[in-house]
Design a protein around this ligand. Structure first.
Ligand SMILES: C[S@@+](CC[C@H](N)C(=O)[O-])C[C@H]1O[C@@H](n2cnc3c(N)ncnc32)[C@H](O)[C@@H]1O
Length: 258
């Protein structure tokens, strides 16, 4: 039996994987990868490595979590070194915990290689520090979708009142509802909010507004997007750099071509 590496691929920019994560790709016999990883990372795998797309998307789960768990275990028990490549960090809304539990249950050796989560990377590339001595001394990584059912109001109540900066994963579809709940539970309607779509990639787009008006401004922004709520969002005006960099690079290319 060989080992399974549960590896965070980072948020999209392929250079944001860790050295340890990259080494795990290089030594793998099989790489099982998710939809949100940058496929450029697969070019580091051995030419003979088997590459298995596990294609999990919000609306279309081509493999169930149980299928993926089974695949991981089957490859490992065949004596293969398996790298399970997941977007961002495997232990932050990545179901890496469930996969590790299955490996532990079957006594299959594994290592966890953390990754840079989109919750910290997308704001950084949008010029939004999550904490700042003048604006925020607490931050929470939260999910826009929960299994809480009737208790969900309590969840938003707590978040609205107790945390300065919220980074909300998987929240775009429910954005109007989330904004209404935060306002209902005490966050001012003027609270700044940003949506960062495809953060850290050359498709990155950022929309800024307030809890009251972001739903009208978000236009065509869909999944994957990070939602950042809090006063820190105002710093983007001074600190945005990444989208700027692309504009400058594009205009240089155009000038060169022209
Ligand atoms: C299932 S969660 C996976 C999170 C991942 N494990 C991480 O640590 O970033 C998927 C959600 O992460 C966020 N996300 C992932 N990649 C993103 C990116 N490049 N830009 C913005 N948000 C992203 C979106 O909110 C998306 O709906």
């Amino acid at each position: 039996m060989r080992k399974v590496f549960l590896v965070g691929a980072g948020p999209g920019d392929p250079e944001l994987i860790t050295v340890k994560g990259l080494k795990a790709i290089q030594k793998a016999d099989v790489v099982l990868y998710d939809r949100l990883i940058n496929e450029e990372l697969l070019t580091y795998a051995k030419p003979e490595a088997e590459l298995v797309y596990c294609g999990k998307s919000p609306d279309n789960h081509s493999f169930s979590q149980e299928d993926i768990n089974k695949l991981l275990c089957n490859y490992a028990t065949q004596g293969k070194t398996v790298t399970r490549l997941k977007g961002g960090d495997p232990f932050i809304f990545g179901r890496g915990g469930e996969e590790a539990e299955e490996l532990a249950k079957r006594k299959i050796p594994f290592e966890i290689v953390p990754g840079i989560s989109s919750g910290s990377a997308a704001p950084a590339y949008a010029g939004i520090p999550l904490t700042h001595r003048d604006f925020s001394s607490s931050v929470a990584f939260v999910s826009g979708v929960t299994k809480l059912g009737a208790e969900e109001d309590q969840y938003w109540h707590h978040l609205a009142k107790s945390i300065d900066t919220l980074c909300i994963y998987m929240g775009v579809k429910k954005l109007p509802e989330i904004c209404n709940k935060l306002i209902q539970f005490g966050r001012p309607a003027t609270t700044p909010i940003a949506l960062v779509h495809w953060g850290t990639t050359n498709r990155q787009q950022t929309v800024v507004g307030t809890l009251a008006d972001i739903s009208e401004k978000m236009d065509h922004i869909t999944n994957p997007s990070m939602i950042i709520v809090g006063e820190v969002v105002t710093l983007r005006e001074k600190l945005q750099w990444f989208e700027q960099l692309h504009l400058e690079e594009d205009s240089k290319t155009q000038a060169f071509v022209g």
